[in-house]
Each structure stands twice: as structure tokens, then as C-alpha cells.
Write a protein that binds this ligand. Structure first.
Ligand SMILES: Nc1ncnc2c1ncn2[C@@H]1O[C@H](COP(=O)(O)OP(=O)(O)OP(=O)(O)O)[C@@H](O)[C@H]1O
Ligand SMILES: [Mg+2]
Length: 341
């Protein structure tokens, strides 16, 4: 299988749980192709079906309809032994790390190798190599309780990679970590993707995680994929309500009306950044070029690959000719805006 082929394909996949109070449909008609060597993000609100999706990918949960195709083979057609082998090719990490408290770091990482029947010496060597890769070679004799959250997640990553999987499934792997540690773990995932060629699937409810490392994103909402595609496309032009909500926050400027419009009678304009420009230069260039300071009343913009996406509301100056100058500047520079009142 070459880089760029689909390593995983979900085809009309569904999952319903049968409970005493009736069926719960966790996933319905999921179609998603994940490219070998990519970092695929899956984002959605709590209860959307993200964890179920990731557990169906490695057949920890068996879908109730449709297929999971891994490296061209439908997991549903494989024997139990073959499914176990496929699963060994998909490492997994979790929000709560799930380390074995009674084992030191070295023995946490050798654990999956023991299960796979790898020779002890070889298992130790592989574990040492991985613990070095995640920067914990000096802590191998420590126990999980002696580590910080970020360090625990590094051990979990080393353990997940022990059997040399082709895919790493990450279910909210940074949700229990502070922002700085999150960045370090995301950098590590990126490095694993680039240097080891591991396909990484990142489940998260945080847009910032998707922005930081993913190539593609699927937005999952109420058991369905609402939209999916390359991160830059989805971010620049979210097509669904949930997409706009997740990407722009509560991007509807109307909700900010009481704060924005509470004072002053000046006209306002809403500037829309559609991913073609960087917003910092626009506002500062405009101020310099027009020699008119503007008042930014509301901004909800994000940088995606160095380009701005989102919207900003600025207050136009009192003097009509100054206001016209600003509007003229925006038009000349192909910046989308509309007057609001
Ligand atoms: N074993 C189960 N039995 C019954 N219902 C389940 C089971 N697992 C998940 N569900 C239900 O399926 C839906 C999706 O749950 P899932 O855990 O996949 O959501 P999630 O997107 O991961 O949420 P969160 O962000 O809170 O982790 C929920 O309604 C949940 O209650
Ligand atoms: Mg979950």
C-alpha cells in the first residue's frame, strides 16, 4: 500500500446499541476514506459518536451495518485471528492514558509485545527504542504514578507503537492536558506521522487540535458526517451549521449585538475573511493607508495555514468621507464586507 492510497475506508457504516430502553443509534451511514500517511481529524460535540467511530475502525465495536475496509480487506470478512492481526496494526491512545499502574514504564511498553509473543530481549530493545523516541529513556524504571499527564501520554504513545502499527488512533489524547503539553504531544504525533509514516486519526472536540496537525477533517454531528475534506477547505468554507459553529465559534455576530451595539450611533461593517488573506496586515495596512484609526468591535477570526478565516466587525468613523475611504480601501483590496446596523 502506497502513501496516498486509502488505508481505511468506512462504507455506509452504522452502529446501533441495543439497550434495555431501546436501540441507540450511535452512527448512521458513515462514509469516509482515510489516506495512508495522512493525519485525519474527526471532530464533533459530546455524544456525536466519535469514540464509537474510532472503536468501530479497529473492530473493538462491530458495526451493525456497512463495512470497515482496512488495507483493501473488509474486516467483517476476516477470521478472528485476522481481525486481531489487523488490530495490531492499529495502535490506540486515550484521554485517560490507560497505563498499567503496577508496571514500570519499560514493562508498560513491552506489554503488547508479550501478548504478541515477541521474545523478551527483543521486546525490551524495542521498548527502549520507543521510550527514547518519546524522550523518556531516563525514566524507564519509574511507575506511571511518578509521571505528569504529558509524560504518561508519551508512554501510552510508545506502547501503542510497540507492535509497529500502520495506524495510530487517538481518542481525545490531549483533552486532559494543559495547552503547552498539548502542543508537545501534538508535535510528537506529527513527528511519528512524518518520520515513521504512521497514519494518525485524531478524535477531538477542539478545533485547535485539528488546525494544529490534521490534513483532513470530518465533522461528525448526531451520528452522521456533516461534512469532510481537506482542513483548509472545510475551515475556509464550512457548509453546515455545525461546521460554522465549530469553526467560527458562535460565529453569528448577532449574538454579540448587545455588547457591540450598546453604545454610539456609528455605522458598522462586517468584514469576512474567507481564507484568501491574512487579517493582521489588512487592518494595519488599512489604518496606515487611510490614516484613519478604526475601532474593532468584534472579531472571531482564526489563522488557517497563515490565512484568516472568520469575521470582524469594525466601527466606521463619524466623518462620512473617512468612512467612504475605508470602504474604498476594502473594495480595492478585494476584501468582502457588508454594512450592518
Ligand atoms: N455501549 C454503549 N451502549 C449504549 N449506548 C452507547 C454505548 N456507547 C456509546 N453509546 C451512545 O452512543 C452515542 C455516541 O457515543 P460516543 O461515546 O461515541 O460519543 P462521543 O462523540 O465520543 O462523545 P464524547 O465527546 O462525550 O466522548 C451516545 O449517545 C452514547 O450514549
Ligand atoms: Mg468520546
Amino acid at each position: 500500500m502506497a502513501k496516498g492510497d486509502n488505508i481505511i475506508r468506512l462504507v455506509n457504516m452504522g452502529k446501533a446499541f441495543h439497550t434495555s430502553s431501546g436501540d441507540v443509534v450511535a452512527l448512521d451511514d458513515i462514509n469516509l476514506d482515510i489516506k495512508e500517511g495522512s493525519i485525519q481529524g474527526i471532530i464533533g460535540l459530546s455524544g456525536a459518536g466519535k469514540s464509537t467511530l474510532v472503536r468501530c475502525i479497529n473492530y473493538l465495536e462491530i458495526p451493525t451495518s456497512g463495512k470497515v475496509i482496512f488495507e483493501g480487506k473488509s474486516l467483517g470478512d476476516l477470521s478472528d485471528k485476522e481481525v486481531r492481526e489487523a488490530r495490531r496494526n492499529m495502535g490506540m491512545i486515550f484521554q485517560q492514558f490507560n497505563l498499567l499502574d503496577q508496571r514500570n514504564l519499560l514493562n508498560n511498553v513491552t506489554f503488547p509485545l508479550e501478548i504478541a509473543g515477541v521474545d523478551k530481549k527483543q521486546a525490551r530493545e524495542r521498548a527502549m527504542e520507543l521510550l527514547k523516541m518519546v524522550g523518556l529513556e531516563e525514566r524507564v524504571k519509574n511507575y506511571p504514578a511518578q509521571l505528569s499527564g504529558g509524560q504518561k501520554q508519551r508512554v501510552a504513545i510508545a506502547r501503542a507503537l510497540a507492535t509497529n502499527p500502520k495506524v495510530l488512533l487517538c481518542d481525545e489524547a490531549t483533552s486532559a492536558l494543559d495547552p503547552k503539553t498539548t502542543t508537545q504531544i501534538l508535535d510528537l504525533l506529527k513527528k511519528i506521522n512524518e518520520e515513521m509514516g504512521v497514519t494518525v486519526i485524531v478524535i477531538t472536540h477542539q478545533m485547535s487540535v485539528i488546525e494544529a496537525i490534521c490534513d483532513s477533517v470530518a465533522i461528525i454531528d448526531h451520528s452522521h458526517i456533516a461534512e469532510s475534506g481537506p482542513v483548509s477547505e472545510v475551515f475556509n468554507n464550512p457548509k453546515t451549521e455545525i461546521g460554522r459553529r465549530l469553526i467560527l465559534g458562535d460565529g453569528d455576530a448577532d449574538s454579540a449585538r448587545p455588547v457591540i451595539f450598546g453604545e454610539g450611533g456609528n455605522k458598522k461593517i462586517r468584514i469576512v475573511f474567507d481564507g484568501h488573506s491574512a487579517h493582521q496586515p489588512i487592518i494595519s495596512d488599512m489604518t496606515l493607508s487611510c490614516k484613519i484609526p478604526v475601532n474593532i468591535l468584534f472579531a472571531n477570526t482564526k489563522e488557517v495555514e497563515g490565512k484568516a478565516v472568520g469575521q470582524m466587525i469594525i466601527e466606521l468613523p463619524d466623518k462620512e468621507e473617512d468612512a467612504d475611504k475605508i470602504k474604498q480601501y476594502l473594495r480595492t483590496n478585494d476584501i468582502i464586507f457588508e454594512e450592518v446596523d
